[in-house]
Design a protein. Structure first.
Ligand SMILES: *Cc1c(COP(=O)(O)O)cnc(C)c1O
Length: 466
């Protein structure tokens, strides 16, 4: 009993600890309450240990150790929740890991315009109010061949705005084979409902003919024909769907616009890399009146919904009340401006847009990088065995579900640690590494390692100690 009392009396005091010079830096740069609470919490832990009557914790009599623990807590409490990770999964547009990474060039432009005042809605030429849509519209039109364009928050918002603006209170004809769910509660029938448009389903899950659309058209009720790209699944076997240009011909006959929700906004031609996704240019050529796609899928930019098409429709959307609800901010517009500017030169785009660069990386380069990763890990650690293996990479982000990309991985195993332990260790390291377990080994796919990731991966692995 007396022991306890004495120990409690000898316990560190908050105010006194806060004066320690090892905390000066933290007090200067972090919220004072965070530093003070961390000290309090560590003292609280010691007090509970004393009261429980168990073996006194070493930090009780070791001030340096105690301060180390305080600092650890401060660091943990002040680490941001949204942070950089290393994607070693080989899935390029990894939805859980932020879909497409944005290029450094684009982010430099963002920081330039977002950290200061900008021309967001200001017309420098005339010294008057301008429109935020103007910054990217002409670049998007140049890259896609469209007449007009606008940008909203994401493709879900784009779908909502397009349908509200073009079909409120009237019918939109869609094939039953295209009533997609994209995940995270984006379902075409629900969005349709929410927009006030009436879904007119035609055909069956596996087959829809042009005659199905024809029969569904009602001169009084029909507002548009819509095609949705089934980006995250494929129906194979006994199937048939109507091509965009056939739909366009039908639409023309009845003076109905054709809307195409394509999801991923592929501008480059990736057939060479065995990615057979429709491109925005294909959609334009087929004559779709309005096309919508995401900014952070195969386009390789920031989260956004991009709507292109006939000027009359786009102008009406810009004035629609929902436009304000789903509008994008200056950061997105700045990043998109850089991305679309890059697309004027496809060769250069493939070098500067991270998603394209990763998707178009050659097998030889991937093999060479996997070998390099293997030898660097071998030099840095004798706790793991590494070999290089061919692997399958994926586009991801609900795009091109059947595209198998040939990749390479550095594959780790160890007689000292279990695979689960290593996976967790890498995931919990200073820069978390998200890897893939297969055949009871850790697979580090090199396709999705960005600049600097290789070095950081090696140093994380080198810390694996017994
Ligand atoms: C991904 C996708 C969407 C949703 O796009 P977000 O940008 O995630 O809102 C909508 N439609 C299709 C066909 C898609 O592939």
């Amino acid at each position: 009993m007396n022991d306890k009392k004495e120990s409690l009396r000898a316990l560190y005091k908050v105010d006194e600890v806060l004066q320690d010079e090892c905390l000066i830096f933290f007090k200067k740069h972090l919220p004072y309450s965070l530093v003070a609470d961390s000290v309090r919490e560590e003292i609280h832990i010691l007090r509970n240990a004393i009261l429980s009557g168990k073996e006194p914790p070493p930090a009780l009599n070791d001030r340096k150790l105690f301060l180390d623990q305080v600092i650890k807590r401060i660091q943990a409490e002040s680490a941001p929740s949204l942070r950089r990770v290393i994607n070693a999964t080989g899935t390029v547009l990894h939805t859980n890991l932020g879909r497409s990474p944005i290029s450094r060039e684009a982010m430099e432009h963002v920081s330039e315009t977002a950290c200061s005042y900008s021309t967001l809605e200001y017309d420098l030429e005339n010294g008057k109010r301008g429109s935020r849509h103007d910054h990217v519209e002409s670049l998007i039109c140049k890259a896609t061949g469209a007449e007009a364009a606008m940008v909203v928050n994401n493709n879900a918002a784009a779908t909502m705005l397009v349908l509200s603006s073009m079909a409120h209170g009237r019918e939109v004809v869609v094939s039953r084979g295209e009533l997609v769910e994209i995940g995270g509660s984006f379902r075409i029938p629900d969005i349709m409902n929410l927009s006030g448009a009436v879904l007119k389903e035609v055909g069956t899950t596996n087959k829809t003919h042009i005659s199905d659309y024809l029969r569904a058209i009602d001169p009084e009720q029909t507002a548009a024909l819509m095609k949705v790209h089934t980006s995250n699944y494929r129906i194979i076997g006994f199937t048939e769907d109507v091509q965009l240009w056939d739909l366009k011909k039908l639409g023309e006959k009845f003076s109905l616009p054709v809307i195409y929700d394509m999801g991923n906004g592929l501008l480059a031609d990736l057939k060479k890399y065995r990615i057979f996704e429709p491109t925005v240019l294909d959609a334009q050529k087929a004559g779709a009146d309005v096309v919508l796609f995401s900014g952070d899928k195969l386009l390789g930019g920031p989260q956004a919904g991009i709507i292109i098409g006939k000027k009359t429709y786009i102008e009406a959307m810009k004035c629609h009340p929902l436009a304000r609800v789903v509008r994008v901010d200056k950061m997105t517009l700045s990043a998109l401006e850089t991305v679309f500017f890059a697309y004027q030169d496809m060769e250069k785009a493939a070098q500067t847009i991270p998603a394209l660069k990763m998707l178009s990386c050659s097998k030889e380069t991937l093999l060479q990088r996997a070998n390099q990763l293997k030898s660097s890990i071998e030099q840095a650690s004798d706790m793991v065995q590494v070999c290089v293996q061919p692997c399958e990479d994926f586009v991801g982000g609900g795009s091109a579900p059947d595209a198998r990309l040939e990749g390479y991985a550095a594959v780790l195993h160890s007689d000292k640690f279990t695979t689960e332990y290593m996976e967790r260790f890498l995931r919990k390291s200073k820069i978390p590494i998200i890897s893939h377990i297969n055949q009871d080994k850790i697979w580090l796919h090199v396709r999705t390692l960005l600049e600097g990731d290789m070095e950081d991966t090696v140093s994380a692995v080198s810390l694996l100690k017994g």
